[in-house]
Design a protein. Structure first.
Ligand SMILES: Cc1ncc(COP(=O)(O)O)c(C=O)c1O
Length: 360
């Protein structure tokens, strides 16, 4: 029986329950997994229009076995976070960007776009309703918000669904990579591609992640944090690393790949602005693999990890190693950027960019 039901059976008040469950969750040691929360929000697209948001307690969905999401992968999703500050207030980071990216993903695989305002309303609502699961400030953990959208019409021919279901649920999470911010190793293996140059890599669609699992498993088994993808066409330029964008730093310049097959990371977009404000030059361009040898620092960035600094990248095929950290510590710029972004997210520093929405 889960903790919630157990406490309910013991006739405790809501407040007692909250406290007990909070006591029960070791906030500082939760992983990047799934912990059941109280509510999720849903919204259906039927007969050509989106309905009202519905509050749900059920974790399951009932779906026709011929739904387009199950056969033809009509599924798009997002990932963003809410943070509890020292002041106890809850802040959601750049949800308008996630709303826009969800729309772009929908356009990419011919799905019905959820209006931005509906997305934002659903996110605020799901966070507010599950407020007691937003980890305390001191834990360094956060509340992960997972919106998803699926095609639900039962079709057997390959075509776009006429009906859609949007769901957003939340779960408290700790660090994505076991190593956290500490530098960790990555590996290049040319035998795998994640997405094609004119394919779906720039959209957040489930199929991209299915396509990355075999390679990811191999990389983990060899002790790496993730696989480092090169462009699928020429295998000449850097794409991204696992479920994160790449950046390298040299000569006071923040350099990140420009590619049609990588996800436009909201974390990376934010880091580019912070880097400029720190006085770094910012370049978004193709990065040849050999250029790795010239970077003073390197990092992987994304909502889940924020920055995961890179210790070294081993090229499995050429047996070359590109080393960025020899002392087990992240570099100066990675640290500064990571600290600054986190400070904004947790409300320790002024949000002069307007990136944060406070959930009242
Ligand atoms: C493939 C991929 N690249 C990059 C990112 C980082 O994007 P963001 O910073 O928006 O989380 C993610 C995570 O969403 C991802 O799945």
């Amino acid at each position: 029986m889960n903790q919630y039901l157990q406490y309910k059976r013991n006739n405790l008040t809501n407040r007692d329950m909250t406290e007990k469950i909070k006591e029960g969750i070791d906030w500082s040691n939760i992983s990047f997994g799934y912990i059941k929360t109280d509510y999720n929000i849903r919204c259906s697209f039927k007969e050509g229009k989106w309905g009202n948001l519905r509050v749900c307690t059920d974790e399951n969905i009932s779906l026709h076995m011929a739904a387009t999401t199950l056969h033809y992968g009509q599924e798009v999703f997002e990932g963003l976070k809410a943070f509890r500050g020292k002041d106890g207030r809850i802040r959601v980071f750049r949800m308008d960007e996630n709303a826009k990216r969800l729309q772009q993903s929908c356009e990419g695989i011919l799905m019905e776009k959820l209006p931005i305002e509906k997305f934002e309303e659903a996110v605020k609502k799901v966070v507010k309703l599950n407020e007691r699961f937003v980890p305390p400030y001191e834990s360094g953990a956060s509340l992960y918000i997972r919106p998803l959208l699926i095609g639900t019409s039962p079709f057997i021919g390959v075509k776009a669904s006429e009906e859609y279901e949007f769901i957003v649920f939340v779960t408290p999470v700790g660090a994505y990579f076991k190593s956290g911010f500490k530098p960790s190793p990555y590996v290049i293996m040319r035998e795998y591609d994640r997405s094609a140059p004119l394919g779906t890599g720039k959209y957040k669609v489930g199929g991209n992640y299915a396509a990355s699992m075999v390679a990811g498993k191999k990389a983990y088994a060899m002790g790496y944090s993730a696989l480092f993808y090169l462009d699928a066409k020429e295998k000449k330029y850097i794409d991204e690393c696992g479920a994160a964008n790449f950046f390298g730093i040299k000569n006071n310049t923040y350099i990140t790949p420009k590619s049609t097959s990588i996800l436009p990371s909201i974390t990376n977009k934010s880091l580019m602005i912070l880097a400029e404000d720190f006085g770094l030059k910012v370049e978004r361009r193709q990065i040849p693999v050999e250029e790795l040898a010239t970077f003073e620092e390197a990092g992987a960035c994304g909502t889940a990890a924020v920055i995961s600094s890179i210790e070294r990248i081993d090229d499995f095929d050429t047996k070359k190693s590109y080393i960025f950290s020899k002392d087990g510590k992240a570099g100066k710029w990675c640290t500064k950027l990571n600290d600054k972004l986190r400070a904004i997210q947790y409300g320790d520093e002024e949000d002069k960019y307007g990136w944060v929405t406070i959930v009242e």
